[in-house]
Structure formats: structure tokens, C-alpha cells
Design a protein around this ligand. Sequence first.
Ligand code: ADP
Length: 231
Amino acid sequence: MPLIRLSDVTKIYGAENKHPFTALAGVSLQIEAGEFAAIMGPSGSGKSTLMHILGCLDTPTTGEYHLEGDNVDRLRGDQLAAIRNKKIGFVFQGFNLIPRTNAVENVELPMLYSNTPPEERRRRAAEALRRMGLAGWEGNRPNELSGGQQQRVAIARAIVNDAPLILADEPTGNLDTKTSAEIMELFVRINREEGKTIILVTHEADIAAYSRRIIRVRDGLIVDDERREGR
Ligand code: ADP
């Protein structure tokens, strides 16, 4: 059973309007557990729309999406939220940490929804930060951390619930070259050592080079799907 199976998925914005826009024109895609894939494509090609559907942030207009064998394409908002919390960790270009809230509390956030007792929450969040090289920084707020450190906190938050799937949208877009490489090494480690499936959107070939599969999107369609040696 693949981790992800999209079957002929379309996304049409403004279907009720005079000029609907087809952002995804029929995408079929399978991703196995343990893969590390990059989605590439020019601006406006449908990458974010595809990520939103993969991340259960949005549902397809037509077509099917199975995540770990479960059909998720027709779920309601609250059902999607429950799936996201259990199965998906998100990493964004802008880090998306809660300001005025320290690192360990930011990482605890996904566990607030899963009824984990407070002491265990704190212990697991601190452990995730330690794995991301941030032992000693638990009490720092986002504005007291560098961009690279903030992204490490965000990755700790993405893995703390032990979700099988990590989705990263331009995760190095706000970082310099050296810090980008360090962040990509973390994704490689999470993929290799913890077996997490990683899907990232990037328009940089240097970043996609860390993945072992490059899926190219254009005009709402997959136009190329290449498996390769990762870095
Ligand atoms: P990419 O991430 O590759 O830049 P997107 O998935 O963001 O592409 O967008 C694909 C197309 O769909 C774009 O032309 C965009 O204008 C359009 N689009 C995205 N979201 C919406 C929306 N909520 N309503 C209408 N059109 C949208």
C-alpha cells in the first residue's frame, strides 16, 4: 500500500464562476512510505495547490486521494484537521512559529490537540529540539533565534507527533546557502534515520538535489517524474 495515492485529481477554482481556473488538471501520483521527493515547476504551475491537497488543507474538485489507504478526498474540515494532526508535519518558508512563545512551547503545539499529558509534552518537545541541535535554546522566543534556528524549531514541531509524512514548502527560501544546506541535511537525516516520508516544494535545483525523486509540474499536470540518487 503506498503512503499516498492520488487518482486523476483536479482542482478548479471558481467552478461556479463564468471563468473557472483549472489549477490541477488531472494528477495521478503514488508515493511510497520512506520516499524523499521534490516537487518542482514554474510559478503558477499548481505546486502549492498540489501541496495543499497532499497536506489535507484542501480537497480535490474531482478525483481521489488515499492517505495510508484511507480515502480523504471527501472529508469535512474537522476530519481533515484530525488527519493532519496525526499524519502530517508541516514546514513552511516563513517558519510559521508563534511569536512571543518560546521554542519548546512552539514544538509542544501539535501535542495540545492529541491530549498528551503536560510533562510528556514537555519531555518530547525538548527531545525533538535536542535532535535538531537546539538543546539549550528551549526558552528562546522566535525573535531571539536566527532563521536557521527558527526553521529547526519548525522541523522539531513537524516531527514531534511522529507523523509519517513531512511536507515542506520552500523550506530554505528565506535562508542563506550555508544554512540551507544544514537544513537540507536535517531532512536527509529524518528521512534516512527515522524513515519519514518527505515531500518538498522548491524551485531551486540545488535543494531538489537532496531528494531521490523529482516530480515536475506544469500547467496543473505532472510532466516529468524522475528517480535518482540523493545527495
Ligand atoms: P504554484 O505554487 O506553482 O505557484 P499555485 O498552486 O499557487 O501555483 O497556483 C496555480 C494557479 O491557481 C495560479 O494561476 C493561481 O493564480 C491559481 N490559484 C491558486 N489559488 C487560487 C484560489 N484560491 N482561487 C483562484 N485561483 C487560485
